[in-house]
Design a protein around this ligand. Structure first.
Ligand SMILES: *[C@@H]1O[C@H](CO)[C@@H](O)[C@H](O)[C@H]1NC(C)=O
Ligand SMILES: *[C@@H]1O[C@H](CO)[C@@H](O)[C@H](O)[C@H]1NC(C)=O
Ligand SMILES: *[C@@H]1O[C@H](CO)[C@@H](O)[C@H](O)[C@H]1NC(C)=O
Ligand SMILES: *[C@@H]1O[C@H](CO)[C@@H](O)[C@H](O)[C@H]1NC(C)=O
Ligand SMILES: *[C@@H]1O[C@H](CO)[C@@H](O)[C@H](O)[C@H]1NC(C)=O
Ligand SMILES: *[C@@H]1O[C@H](CO)[C@@H](O)[C@H](O)[C@H]1NC(C)=O
Length: 672
């Protein structure tokens, strides 16, 4: 009883003093935390900074100011803080932005933006010395503009989102070994931030909650904070969401000036919501207590059931895959999501396998699951590493890859579900809905920007290898999103270079790609050119008319251009509601990208500039496009090149309607 009284008195005293030099939060239930943005306290006392998908920011601050300069000479005192946090994204592979522990002149940072700005700064005040902000970011997205090193890092930020020092999230064991930690694994982790006012040194340490604080800090910076911090400051957290549902939680927090922050005891902190795992089947517990003939029978049956079930849901999981833990889906979940890969859930059959619609059991997220049959395990490790890395790509014009699962002879890829299906369905074969010019132009620009991102904006160059209308999916707002990137790779790995299987689709395949079997960014540009013509003309790159005749789209558009009537080539379904200069631009750009000489094709950066009309398109007649269709199909000696079209080959045909030699024609005659 008396202890309680003392506590109450202590609390009262705490409220009376308006400046704190130390505090501890063992959960945040009925605390006076300052909250703004979308931050809130949950019923059991967790601080949930974010949970929403909209581009929102969140702030939470200790309500009272903290005096950082306790001596008269104006130097910042030592301080120490520790917190337990967890980042729970909706998808196992994508996360919203991060959490920042922050020391700021005001409660809340009114001059701040969500997403990559983390609720900390804006594009105008970022980096300004008048900010007086010190922060430690736990960042789960790589923002190139702030020189982020990767999408899972800890950084020390002084007045700027460009960290003064940063490193991959993890910790050093007492043996000195570095262990990675995935910030958005969803599991709680602890972070310690310490400033030594004498040595002027900041140390940041991260660790899992089931062990003591690692001895060696993860990250350090020697920096005198005296010019950065004001005499009194506020301490707290900022966080932000982008386009993925993510909950950023803080479970507990302690802070102290001139001393060690009080230890947090995990068992005293509020519990995170349970992960959405289903409980185990109760089958084995049934019947066991009753040892009778019938129960033995039941047991035998259930064991048989289990063995069958186990086989049914068996997966391949090798040691090297453990690091991809968060990207792995359970086969069982995918099985139930797609109602057992029911025919009714089939969305389509692509070059690489069948695609099913699914709804994930717990989260109810709509997904598309692609089953790729693959017997060879050769190259699988590299390939999975690649898809996992591709899964980290984020761009509004790419279909997000959420993860994968592996079984014997089969790979399953899980994508975000795109409600409007693939673009080709809107272009030919008597589409039920035709797209107007504006919609098509938006899709074209979107795909260009997605491909530009793959080629130039991401940390490594990603060659798509199979651009075509059927690989462009339309989301709910009819934005074009590229899917299936990198898949063609699977069939390249480990094959004999002498018999390279060229994967790609005829009509989109650049001549040098067919010849050498090597896909490059310029062979992607070639395919993009075919795609442009496809979208404007509403026709396939190669169309069969009758038994033995075909129209090669690029040749036909070329002929229209040559006679000065390039607009003749456009889809008649467009009607009259179009901007002729845009249609003309896209058709000409399609021709330019289809040039047989890779060096003449523009880069995707240039393509984007042309489409935005920032830069005028070069004059085609100056590029040697004058001599009939030949320009697009240099006579090449295709006599001996090794190739085959194992997956996407269109029906072979013997001659075209054109008398001129075209690329596709020479390819075919060479290929046979
Ligand atoms: C976020 O939290 C609020 C309040 O608990 C809730 O109403 C809302 O549905 C949540 N949003 C998501 C996306 O979970
Ligand atoms: C400021 O005063 C404190 C305590 O008196 C001392 O430890 C510290 O070294 C002084 N700093 C400077 C820059 O003189
Ligand atoms: C922080 O200190 C700077 C420089 O001493 C001053 O200009 C600024 O107004 C102070 N900020 C606040 C919120 O007191
Ligand atoms: C920094 O911010 C101050 C105050 O908002 C402003 O006057 C100044 O121009 C900014 N400096 C830079 C380099 O942007
Ligand atoms: C830790 O993560 C980094 C960055 O993702 C990676 O380069 C490194 O190989 C990983 N290390 C281990 C031991 O997994
Ligand atoms: C960044 O932190 C690492 C790890 O503590 C340290 O080795 C390195 O010297 C620091 N870099 C700077 C610029 O302080």
């Amino acid at each position: 009883m008396s202890l309680k009284l003392v506590l109450v008195v202590f609390l009262l005293v705490k409220v009376v003093t308006s400046e704190d030099t130390s505090f501890i939060y063992k959960g945040f239930k009925s605390t006076q935390l300052y909250l703004d943005g979308i931050s809130e306290l949950t019923q059991n006392g967790l601080l949930r900074l974010t949970n929403d998908t909209k581009q929102q920011k969140a702030h939470a601050f200790h309500p009272n100011p903290v005096v950082f300069k306790t001596t008269s000479n104006g130097s910042v005192s030592s301080f120490s803080t520790t917190l337990v946090f967890a980042i729970r994204p909706e998808y196992p592979t994508l996360s919203g932005h991060g959490i920042v522990f922050v020391v700021a002149p005001t409660k809340g940072l009114p001059n701040s933006l969500p997403s990559q700005y983390l609720g900390l700064f804006t594009d105008t005040n970022n980096g300004n010395i008048t900010n007086h902000v010190f922060g430690v970011e736990l960042d789960t997205i790589q923002s190139k503009e702030f020189d982020d090193i990767n999408d899972n890092h800890v950084g020390i930020d002084i007045n700027s989102l460009k960290s003064d020092n940063s490193t991959t999230a993890g910790y050093y064991t007492s043996g000195g070994e570095f262990k990675n930690l995935t910030l958005f694994s969803g599991y709680p982790m602890q972070v310690w931030v310490e400033y030594d006012g004498v040595k002027k040194q900041i140390d940041v340490t991260l660790g899992p909650t089931n062990m003591d604080k690692p001895e060696v800090p993860l990250l350090s910076l020697t920096k005198d904070l005296s010019p950065i911090l004001n005499d009194t400051m506020y301490v707290g957290f900022t966080s932000a969401t982008g386009s993925v549902h993510t909950s950023h939680y803080v479970l507990g927090w302690s802070f102290k000036i001139n001393g060690q922050a009080q230890q947090l005891v995990i068992s005293e902190l509020p519990k995170l919501p349970k992960f959405g795992e289903k409980k185990e089947s109760k089958f084995l517990t049934i019947g066991l207590p009753l040892i009778s003939l019938s129960s033995v029978f039941v047991i035998i049956l259930s064991v048989a059931y289990f063995i069958k079930r186990k086989k049914k849901f068996a997966e391949l999981l090798e040691d090297w895959e453990h690091e991809y833990g968060p990207h792995r889906f359970k086969y069982k979940d995918l099985y139930f999501a797609t109602k057992g890969f029911k025919e009714k859930e089939l969305l389509g059959t692509g070059g690489f396998g069948r695609v099913y619609k699914g709804v994930m059991p717990v989260s109810k997220i709509e997904v598309a699951v692609k089953r790729v049959s693959h017997e060879s395990r050769q190259g699988m490790r590299e390939f999975v590493a690649e898809i996992v890395s591709i899964g980290r790509l984020r761009h509004r014009n790419l279909v997000p890859l959420l993860g994968y699962c592996r079984r014997k002879g089969e790979l399953l890829l899980v994508y975000d579900y795109m409600s409007n299906g693939s673009l080709d369905k809107y272009l030919y074969n008597q589409p039920r809905v035709t797209l107007n010019w504006n919609q098509r132009f938006v899709i074209i620009k979107g795909v260009a920007s997605g491909l530009f991102y793959l080629h130039e904006e991401w940390e490594q160059v990603v060659v798509h290898r199979d651009i075509k209308a059927s690989n462009v999916l339309l989301d709910a707002e009819l934005n074009g999103r590229l899917g299936d990137f990198g898949l063609a790779r699977l069939y390249d790995h480990g094959t004999d270079p002498q018999t390279t299987h060229v994967v790609g689709t005829l009509g989109y395949l650049a001549p040098e790609h067919a010849r050498t079997g090597k896909a490059t960014t310029s062979s992607d540009v070639f395919a993009f050119g075919a795609f442009l013509l496809e979208v404007v003309c509403g026709r396939r790159p190669i169309e069969h008319i009758g038994e033995s005749e075909s129209v090669i789209l690029v040749d036909w558009v070329y002929d229209c251009w040559k006679t000065g009537e390039i607009l003749m080539a456009k889809d008649p379904n467009l009607g009259l509601d179009y901007k002729s200069e845009e249609v003309e631009l896209v058709l000409k750009l399609g021709l330019l990208c289809s040039h047989s000489e890779p060096s003449v094709r523009p880069s995707m950066r240039q393509v984007v500039q042309y489409l935005e009309m920032d830069v005028p398109l070069p004059d085609l007649s100056l590029l040697g496009l004058s001599s009939a269709g030949l320009t697009f199909g240099h006579h090449e000696d295709f006599g001996n090149f090794p190739m085959s079209y194992p997956f996407s080959m269109e029906k072979p045909f013997s001659h075209t309607t054109q008398s001129s030699t075209s690329v596709t024609e020479s390819l075919l005659s060479g290929g046979r």
